[in-house]
Structures are given as structure tokens and as C-alpha cells.
Design a protein around this ligand. Structure first.
Ligand code: FNR
Length: 183
């Protein structure tokens, strides 16, 4: 089984990338878990060029999502929504029409923010967009790590006990899901 984590932040010291990386300690050893955190290198979606001259990094990301049994998204909340780089990536992954690597894919959401709401608004909007792509989004557990700048150790370890419990539940749910619809 292969699980791909995608961070919507390429920022050094990103809380969302740290949250994704911290999931790795909850996966059983026989499950491959990889985190991608450089969505900002993707081209901006442009319908004219969607079928031709696909940049290598986009082709690689499409391949990784396409072979993933599950994808876990972590996005910053920017002005009450998820990051522009995450939206761009989802648009690129959802095309060309009829070849979306998101359709039928099991997707789980997590998020972290320094504020009180822990990306709750961003994740609500992510669900709406993922609905359009045909992805199968897990309802629960919901993981909104708030006041997150005080919840990671210097080495990126997630310290908060209740967040750790939710992360363990999420990994267990992903690993035992029967929503592995192949397209
Ligand atoms: C933010 N931030 C933010 N936080 C939040 O909880 N709700 C919000 O609406 C916003 N809006 C917002 C807009 C812009 C332009 C920036 C730059 C930041 C703060 C944001 O959550 C914080 O920078 C996180 O640390 C970003 O996530 P990463 O990069 O640490 O993963």
C-alpha cells in the first residue's frame, strides 16, 4: 500500500508539512508513505496547454497520485480558504477531462494553523472542490490542529496528545478503508 501526503505550503517551517510528516510515525512499517511539499513549482493551470508539454514535475505528481491507495492533503488557511497552490494542483490533477487521477481516489484532510480555528474553513472549502473532482473524501476523523505553532517540537514531532490520537485514528481509517475504487 502506498499513501501520498501533499502539503499546500512550500514554506520553510510549514506547520502543515510538519503535520503531514508527523503522520509517518503512525503508519505500519509495510506501508509506504511519502510527502510532497513543493506544489509551488507547478505551472499555473492553463487550459490551452493541458495536453501538451506537461512539465516533468506535474507528470510525476500525476503518476504518484494515480498510484496512491490514498492521498492525505494538508493545506494552510489563507483568507478563510485553502492555499492557491493547492487549488492549482487540484485543478491540474483533475485534467485532462476524463483522465483525472483524483476521480475515485480516497482522500483524507488534515490541517494546522497558529490561530484558533485550525483550518476549519479551508477544509470545508477543500471538501467542496474535491466533490467536483470525484474524489472519495473521508468524513472523519476531522483534524484541525489549532494554535499549532506551540504543538510541534524543534524536530517537527507533533506533541499535542489529542492531535496525536486523531492522527493515529486517521492513519488507521485510511489503512483499513474499503474505498479503494480503481479507475
Ligand atoms: C494567513 N493565515 C491564516 N490563518 C488562519 O487560520 N485563517 C486565515 O484565514 C489566515 N489567512 C492568512 C492569509 C495569508 C495571506 C497568510 C500569509 C496567512 C495564517 C496561516 O495560517 C499561517 O501563516 C500558517 O502558518 C500557514 O501554514 P504553513 O505555511 O505554516 O503550513
Amino acid at each position: 500500500m502506498y499513501v501520498l501526503g501533499i502539503s499546500g505550503s512550500a514554506r520553510d517551517g510549514s506547520l502543515n508539512t510538519a503535520l503531514l510528516r508527523s503522520l509517518s510515525e503512525f503508519f505500519p512499517k509495510d506501508i509506504e508513505f511519502e510527502v510532497v511539499d513543493n506544489l509551488s513549482v507547478l505551472p499555473l493551470y492553463d487550459q490551452v496547454s493541458e495536453d501538451e508539454n506537461v512539465p516533468a514535475y506535474l507528470a510525476e505528481l500525476r503518476y504518484k497520485v494515480g498510484r496512491a491507495d490514498a492521498v492525505i492533503l494538508a493545506s494552510p488557511e489563507h483568507n478563510y480558504s485553502f492555499s492557491a497552490s493547492m487549488k492549482n494542483a487540484l485543478d491540474l490533477l483533475s485534467r485532462p477531462r476524463g483522465q483525472s487521477v483524483l476521480a475515485g481516489r480516497l482522500v483524507a484532510l488534515v490541517g494546522a494553523a497558529p490561530g484558533l480555528y485550525g483550518t476549519v474553513r479551508a477544509q470545508a472549502q477543500l471538501r467542496q472542490v474535491l466533490h467536483a473532482t470525484g474524489a472519495k473524501v473521508l468524513d472523519r476523523p476531522e483534524i484541525y490542529v489549532n494554535q499549532a505553532d506551540s504543538k510541534f517540537g524543534c524536530d517537527g514531532t507533533l506533541l499535542d496528545r489529542s492531535a496525536r490520537e486523531l492522527c493515529a485514528q486517521l492513519v488507521e481509517t485510511v489503512c483499513n478503508s474499503d474505498v479503494f475504487v480503481r479507475w
